[in-house]
Design a protein around this ligand. Structure first.
Ligand SMILES: [Zn+2]
Length: 65
């Protein structure tokens, strides 16, 4: 795959809202089966990781109280 000079990356930034990465203490809940997960340790992945349950991405719960 050769990438020539095809336009410069200027102006348009492909990155929309950057998804935040998981942080220790984050809570995730499965909408389908109500499984709850708390993040103990954050990962070191460059991209945000999604947690899946029931083949669906789990939803992050706000810290709440
Ligand atoms: Zn589930």
């Amino acid at each position: 795959m050769a990438i020539g000079k095809k336009g410069t990356t200027k102006g348009k930034t492909p990155k929309a809202k950057a998804k935040r990465r998981n942080k220790a203490g984050d809570r995730y809940v499965c909408d389908i089966c109500s499984l709850g997960v708390t993040v103990d340790e954050e990962c070191c992945c460059a991209d945000p990781c999604d947690l899946f349950c029931c083949d669906m991405p789990m939803k992050r719960r706000k810290g709440g109280k």
